[in-house]
Write a protein of this length. Structure first.
Length: 475
């Protein structure tokens, strides 16, 4: 017997009331919460149910009957298909409103914490073109648009793409011609590499069959230098035409991008998409330099650095200011990364101890300290979530101030215990995930009060938000 296909469930005239923490709009239908991607508070829509749970439905917009006054026209032709931006359809002031509202809800309603003060927003002056790093992928499986599929024309380039992954699809790449999150010159680089690669017959990597030459294109930018670094990642070179392409595209970009300071050819010969086996500088310097709060940071091809250059100085400056460091203070910077907080903080402190799991990040931090002649920072590789972390940290001088900037998962319980057992007068908790930040702050309230929270919008056009929480020891 043929299987019966389930009939689509359409919820008619659903009013969208709010946006939840991860950027999904919320409406209610007969006491059932409906989560709807792409909708805006104030919209009245027909919603198609994609997944039905006992207490909620996951839906998508089928039709919009009434457009919200907060809805704007997205400038990007890729919006709604590409997953790079999620909120281009939402007025920027309302983006700020809902991000702040979600932080307050997480602390008040979920964590049930009394916060002394929610400080005014630190928001981005640049709504677009703010990213200093974009990573694009080549693919032998290009995502075809509905318009392309509807045509009878032969699609000549369907096996060659350079762009971004579709949400939830590791095997499909959407050709990106103009990404509004990066600079105009970066879009020129992106299109030139794709055009030249396709024109000379270079093969794009096939992620499931594991063959093909071109793998990734990374474009980095330094605001301080107004300069670009281009990193072309390929499989191993096996013939003269592949070698010729790498050298030719380097020369071509030197011609058309006067401020391309560096061109790097990297090799990835493994199945692992993020593995780099080796790299070679074909043009210019091995690093860019970015200036943050009077400290110059060398950014090597694959080092981590905050992606919004325009917000770096106000963001890091506010963290250091919030710490209220005194000249004789000992400061711990846990999850210190490349020292982007530690090194500026060292100007006010007696000593700063930066701890981080990543060996490459600690190497960059030490190099940046030496580059700036900073001698009162000590950086150590420590797995803060490991079983030996408590013993290692106990060897450090007692802190007066502790700065924590953990990954999205938040602080491990052993670090919570270390913070509670310390006698530091202030903790500055920097987070890219207010949900885990609120959870962790609740665990710290037996000894610390949350004096203030400052939302920082590092990522316009997305639901992501940074949050700086100040915790002071209860006297």
């Amino acid at each position: 017997m043929p299987s019966k296909r389930k009939k689509d469930i359409i919820i008619r005239d659903l009013s969208i009331e709010a946006i939840g923490f991860e950027g999904v709009a919320v409406g209610r239908h007969e006491e059932i919460v409906c989560f709807v991607k792409g909708a805006v508070p104030g919209d009245v829509i027909d919603a198609k149910v994609k997944r039905k749970k006992k207490k909620y439905y996951e839906c998508r917009v089928e039709q919009i009957h009434e457009f919200s006054a907060d809805r704007v026209e997205p400038p990007c032709s890729h919006f709604g298909v590409c997953g790079g931006c999620t909120w281009q359809q939402l007025d920027y002031d309302k983006q700020l409103f809902w991000k702040r509202r979600n932080i307050e809800d997480l602390f008040r309603r979920i964590a049930k914490i009394e916060v002394g003060e929610y400080l005014p927003y630190l928001f981005s002056e640049y709504k677009y073109g703010y990213r200093n790093k974009m990573e694009f992928s080549f693919s032998a499986n290009r995502w075809l648009t509905d318009e392309e599929i509807a045509k009878d024309d032969e699609i000549s380039d369907k096996y060659f793409a350079l762009g971004l992954h579709l949400p939830g699809r590791f095997d499909k790449i959407l050709n990106i011609e103009n990404c509004y999150l990066q600079q105009n010159a970066a879009n020129i680089i992106l299109n030139e590499v794709r055009t030249q690669g396709y024109a000379v017959g270079m093969s794009a990597y096939h992620v499931t069959k594991h063959h093909g030459f071109l793998r990734h294109l990374t474009i980095r930018y330094s605001l301080a230098q107004d300069a670009f670094m281009v990193i072309l990642t390929t499989a191993e070179i096996t013939n003269d035409s592949e070698m010729k392409f790498v050298n030719d595209i380097c020369r071509r970009l030197i011609e058309i991008i006067p401020n391309m300071k560096s061109f790097v050819h990297a090799l990835n010969i493994s199945h692992n998409a993020v593995m780099i086996d080796s790299y070679k500088i074909l043009h210019g310097d091995e690093y860019l330099v970015e200036s943050v709060c009077g400290v110059d940071f060398r950014i090597s091809p694959f080092s981590f650095f905050q992606t919004n250059s325009y917000m770096l100085n106000p963001f890091i400056g506010k963290i250091v200011e919030s710490a209220a460091i005194r000249p004789d203070d000992i400061v711990w910077d846990l999850y210190c990364g490349t020292g982007s907080i530690s090194l500026p903080a060292s100007k006010s402190a007696k000593s700063v101890f930066g701890l981080e799991l990543s060996e490459s990040s600690i190497a960059d931090a030490k190099a940046n300290a030496e580059f700036n002649g900073i001698e009162n920072c000590v950086f150590s590789v420590i797995d803060l979530h490991g079983k030996n972390a408590t013993e290692s940290i106990s060897q450090l001088p007692s802190p007066d101030v502790i700065i924590v900037d953990p990954p999205r998962a938040g602080i491990a319980q052993n670090i919570i215990d270390i913070l509670l057992n310390s006698d530091c007068r202030r903790i500055v908790y920097v987070s890219c995930n207010p949900a885990t930040q609120a959870r962790d702050c609740a665990l710290l309230t037996e000894k610390y009060k949350v004096t203030s929270i400052l939302p920082v919008d590092m990522f316009p056009q997305t639901y992501h938000i940074e949050s700086i929480a100040i915790l002071d020891r209860i006297q």
